[in-house]
Design a protein around this ligand. Structure first.
Ligand SMILES: [Zn+2]
Length: 125
């Protein structure tokens, strides 16, 4: 029994460790959560973040660490602008950023980060 409990705790530790701040102002309306340097902001008027969204944000945190954080944001914004020009639609462009495609494709798999390879986003760009 004790072993089972410890095992369960270890599996969920990534999700439980995420720092989440419920805010009135962040992220901008229309978005559910934003990950700023590993801290996630979620809008206060919505219910608490689901495990899937938390996993989504943890995938972004891993991507950030691989690109020394600042590289992630620079790449993110440049790719968003390029895809905005291609798709001529802000939201469609956002959903097709490589980082987002990796996160949306895998966020329902709560074990994804356990076996994800380094720079796993590269095949989604
Ligand atoms: Zn995302």
């Amino acid at each position: 029994m004790l072993v089972a409990t410890n095992h369960a705790k270890r599996i969920t530790s990534g999700i439980d460790d995420l720092k989440i701040i419920y805010s009135k102002y962040l992220p901008f309306k229309g978005f559910r959560a934003i990950n700023l340097f590993g801290v996630v902001f979620a809008r206060k008027e919505h219910p608490a973040l689901s495990r899937r969204i938390i996993n989504h944000e943890l995938i972004h945190t891993r991507q950030m660490l691989e690109l020394m954080v600042i590289g992630f944001y620079v790449w993110y914004v440049i790719e968003w602008i390029i895809k905005w020009i291609i798709y001529k639609n802000r939201l469609e462009a956002y959903r097709n950023i490589g980082f987002e495609r990796e996160a949306f494709d895998n966020d329902s798999n709560l074990d994804y980060l356990k076996y994800r390879k380094w720079y796993g986003f590269a095949s989604y760009v």
